[in-house]
Design a protein around this ligand. Sequence first.
Ligand code: SAM
Length: 243
Amino acid sequence: MSSALLPEFKDIWQKTLHWEPSHSQLEKWEKLYQEIISANRQINLTRLTDPKDFWEKHLWDSLAGIDTKILNLKAPLKIIDIGTGAGFPGIPVAMTCPNWQVTLLDSTQKKIKFINLILEELKLNNCQTLIGRSEAIGQMKDHRETYDLALIRAVGKPSVCAEYTLPFLKIGGIGVLYRGHWETEDELTLKSALKKLGGKITIIKKFETPLTKSIRNFVYVEKISKTPIQFPRPIGIPNQNPL
Ligand code: SAM
C-alpha cells in the first residue's frame, strides 16, 4: 500500500464542476487509488501514480466529462465505458452515480481481471465487466443499441472512437469522446464518420485541467438514426482504415 493520500480539493470540485464529493465517496476513491498503486507493481495499469496526477487525470478528468446538463438524459442511465483500461472513466462515474448501471469493456483480460477484484473490494454493485473487442461486442444483440451513454477515453482517433461508440447507443443516446487537443481536422473527420454511423456532434466543451492546466476537450455526440449493420467493421479494420 502507498502511504501518500489523495488530495480532497473540495474547493476545486466546487469551482470547476459545481459539486463536491461526500465523505464516503472520498473514502472509496482513496481505496481505489491504493488498490491501483498496489496492483501496478505487478501489472502495468497506469503511469499516473503521484496522488495529485491521479486525482487530476483519473478522478477529475473522468467526472468532468459527465455534464448532466449537456447529457440531458433521463436517469437512471445504462452506460458503457469502451476500452476502460484500469477503469477510467467508468469506475469514478459508477462511484459517483450509484443508480446508473455501468459496463466496463476492455479487450485485455488481465485488466478486466484486476477490475473484477476492485469491484468486489469496493462493493461496487452497479458495474459489470466485459472482455472483448468493441468491434465484436458492438455487433451483439445484447449490447447493440442498448446504452444511453457511451464513454471513450484514450482509445484511438476520433473517427475510430465514433465507430466503436455509435453502435452501442440507443437513438437519442450520447457518446462522450474524451480528447486532449482538438483541431479543425479532427472535427471534419469525426463529422464525416458520424454521417455514416447515424450521429452528430452536439457540443464540444473545452476545459483546462485544474492543476496542470492541460487542455481537454469533451466531444458530445448524439445518435440520431440507426447505425447501419456493417458498422462496426470487423476487428482491426476501424483502426487500420478509419472512416
Ligand atoms: N480508458 C482508459 C484510460 O483513459 O485510462 C484506458 C486507456 S488505454 C490507453 C486504451 C485501452 O483500450 C486499453 O486497455 C486497450 O486494451 C483498450 N482497447 C483498445 N482497443 C479496443 C477495442 N477495440 N475494444 C476494446 N478495448 C480496446
